[in-house]
Design a protein around this ligand. Structure first.
Ligand code: AKG
Ligand code: FE2
Length: 316
């Protein structure tokens, strides 16, 4: 097994500040494409610098609609998923048609112990899957059903009215159809303005550096409505269940073995290709301040995925 130092080779950028003129953006992009993720170490950097870097690197932000307090100048920079619990490896919003191309995280306060952010290379993950598991995911796309309360989509899109939401989603459906239907979307907006949508897409993504297993499989086959808020549930496109052993192989057996656990230092920035690298975190107790920013980068978007950003977000 490779040591952490070997795995880090060529992907660490030590810089005095996150200002774009002190970072070689071309090298950064090349490293993300070639390696899947990079670490930028800028001990003196703060979240203003982090947001500036994301503005330079992303063609547009994706505003997360979850319960994440805003920490940036704009709502594009929020905390990571709140709480201290462990989070299994996933690609951000891979279960939605708004999936961002890049995920970036920045440390303001490092936890004293544990609380690492984990990164799993989806190319290695696909290689590691048993032939049957791989064949199952190759044979069929995944459908993710989602229920999002009004407050979630309103924050995400910065709109109030269900008819505005419908217009955006209809435009997205047209965009998918124009791309040959590799991705599919259906939706319904309920009387209480809850949005239900079903997004279907492949689990395996071709990348310049190989094919990657790059999706989120940590969801149950039916919604657990005992908990309030947003729900996501997962099946194969023919309606069959993604059984526990398959999910376990991805999330635990191989996910754990292949994970690089990043121990944060203040000023660190991790940037990952959200189409080939899964991220998660280890549980922790106590203080930990990590910002997250997600966004779109046309140079990284797989050619068979629709360029949805133009319908949804722009930097303010
Ligand atoms: O807390 C972390 O390190 C990452 C959590 C996460 O997956 C997220 O905020 O998207
Ligand atoms: Fe995440």
């Amino acid at each position: 097994m490779a040591t952490l130092e070997q795995r880090l080779e060529d992907r660490v950028f030590e810089v005095a500040s996150l200002a774009l003129d002190s970072l070689d953006c071309g090298r950064l992009r090349a490293a993300i494409e070639a390696k899947g993720w990079v670490l930028v170490r800028a001990p003196a950097a703060d979240r203003v610098g982090f947001e500036a870097l994301c503005r330079g690197l992303f063609d547009a932000p994706m505003i997360h609609g979850g319960r994440r307090p805003r920490t940036g100048i704009s709502d594009a920079v929020q905390t990571v998923d709140p709480g201290e619990r462990e989070i299994a490896p996933h690609c951000e919003y891979a279960y939605t048609p708004f999936r961002p191309d890049l995920a970036a995280f920045h440390c303001t306060e490092a936890p004293t112990r544990a609380g690492e952010t984990t990164l799993v290379d989806g190319v290695a993950l696909l290689d590691a899957l048993a032939p049957q598991a791989r064949a199952d995911f190759e044979a069929q796309d995944l459908t993710h059903d989602n229920e999002v309360p009004a407050i979630g989509w309103q924050r995400m899109f910065g709109i109030e009215d269900p008819s505005q939401l419908a217009a955006k989603l209809d435009a997205m459906i047209e965009l998918f159809a124009a791309r040959g239907g590799r991705e599919q979307l259906r939706y319904r907006i309920g009387r209480d303005a809850t949005l239900w949508f079903r997004y279907q897409g492949p689990a395996i993504v071709p990348r310049a550096r190989g094919r990657a297993f790059a999706t989120s499989v940590g969801f149950p086959p039916t919604p657990d409505r005992t908990r309030p808020g947003k729900h996501t549930w997962l099946r194969f496109a023919d309606g069959s269940v993604v059984d526990d052993s398959l999910r376990h192989a991805v999330l635990r057996d191989h996910g754990e073995r292949l994970a690089v656990a990043h121990r944060w230092r203040p000023g660190d920035v991790l940037i990952a290709d959200n189409w080939s690298v899964l991220h998660g975190r280890r549980a922790f107790v106590g203080a930990r301040e990590i910002d997250a920013c997600f966004g779109y980068a046309d140079w990284l978007r797989p050619p068979d995925r629709a360029p949805v950003r133009s319908l949804l977000w722009a930097w303010s």
